[in-house]
Design a protein around this ligand. Structure first.
Ligand SMILES: C[S@@+](CC[C@H](N)C(=O)[O-])C[C@H]1O[C@@H](n2cnc3c(N)ncnc32)[C@H](O)[C@@H]1O
Length: 354
């Protein structure tokens, strides 16, 4: 009896601690579109600290599949999941395979794209340019670390990654500096890379407020290491396969590359792709598989951005699944940047120029 009450106390303490770890962004708006009061089976494809999942589980008729590719996120939640008496199941997986997590069609899928506060705040994960740590950036251990990626890629591919995934205008200059530096010694720590980037860029003018010079490069490398945009494209299609008619897809994004993919996917699936010209309307012969719940995007309100600066760039898009069967999508049509793989030719060219 005493053992049972100790275990319960430990579970409650772990749940409380989880609530402190990460503020779920746009929670009110996400719940409004998912409408868990109707009950059903929901999949939280970016479980993190479980902020959305717990809020969904507050409704008695709801079960949740909490999915995350980060084994640490899953391990943390395993301690407190028993509090929900079988209504929360945890799955360590990529969200591109979310349709394999349930045989029962889903009533809702939510994705909150990007890194969690726990990942950013842990210097040992290597996501932050403010903390020294190994140059890692992997959300799951099966991936190649940022240090290995930087050691392997040719200069041109590195520049493409910085430009296309980070919108870094000085991509070529930074890639050149990285390649020169790695010839001297391997680049293995975050602050080592920050120094190389800072030295490659002109000094910011005094008094001019600008983002940290490594912001864009770190974003780009993180996206490349975790194939974040490819994962997103595949996840949208997986959600289309997994949702029951009437089920809702809700996606929160934090930068324009992600939002463009979600926007174009939903435009296509709702039969609302923009016309190519005024005189030649786009022919969309396929039946819509979704209908928009809210036209356009939802943004966080001021009361949220005042207390959670991370929410400032958040955008939520949501749509309801219709009965038409799912179909394949062309990733290029969704705006997925194409980065040519490092072929032996490109590698050799990169070396010659150094
Ligand atoms: C912004 S956090 C989500 C926070 C969560 N909504 C909460 O309230 O705690 C994003 C989470 O998604 C996970 N993630 C990112 N890409 C993923 C992918 N391709 N497959 C599965 N999980 C992914 C990350 O590991 C991270 O835990």
């Amino acid at each position: 009896m005493a053992d049972q009450s100790n275990a319960l106390q430990a579970q409650r303490a772990a749940l409380e601690a989880a609530r402190e770890l990460h503020d779920p962004v746009m929670l009110r708006e996400v719940l409004a579109v998912l409408d868990p009061a109707r009950g059903g089976l929901f999949l939280d494809g970016t479980f993190g600290a479980g902020g959305y999942s717990c809020a969904l589980l507050d409704q008695p008729g709801v079960s949740v599949i909490g999915l995350d590719r980060d084994p640490e996120a899953i391990a943390r939640a395993q301690v407190w999941a028993p509090l929900y008496a079988g209504r929360l199941s945890l799955v360590e997986s990529r969200f591109s395979a979310l349709d394999q997590a349930s045989e029962t069609p889903l009533d809702g899928v939510v994705l909150d794209i990007g890194v969690s506060s726990m990942q950013i705040d842990d210097a040992g994960r290597g996501f932050s340019f403010m903390r020294d740590g190994p140059l890692d950036m992997r959300m799951s251990p099966d991936l190649e670390s940022a240090a290995d990626l930087i050691a392997r890629l040719d200069e041109q591919t590195l520049a493409d990654i910085l430009y296309l995934y980070g919108e870094e205008r000085a991509s070529r200059r930074i890639a050149r500096a990285v390649v020169a530096a790695r010839d001297e010694q391997p680049i293995s720590s975050t602050l080592q890379l920050v120094e190389i980037i800072e030295a490659a860029l002109p000094k910011p003018r005094p008094g001019v407020k600008a983002p940290h010079p490594a912001t864009r490069s770190f974003q780009a490398l993180r996206i490349a290491v975790n194939d974040e945009l490819g994962e997103l494209v595949a996840a949208l299609q997986a959600a289309e396969r997994a949702l029951a008619p009437g089920g809702v897809l809700a996606v929160v994004t934090f930068h324009s590359l992600e939002d463009r993919i979600v926007k174009r996917f939903l435009q296509d699936r709702c039969g609302k792709l923009p016309q190519t010209t005024r005189y030649q309307p786009q022919i969309n012969a396929s039946e819509p598989t979704f209908e928009l719940i809210e036209k356009g995007i939802l943004r966080p309100d001021e009361s949220e951005t005042a207390v959670n600066p991370r929410a400032r760039s958040a955008k939520l898009r949501a749509a309801r699944r219709l009965v038409a069967p799912s179909r394949a999508v062309d990733p290029a049509a969704l705006g997925l940047p194409r980065i040519a793989p490092a072929t032996p030719m490109r590698r050799a060219k990169g070396r010659k120029r150094r």
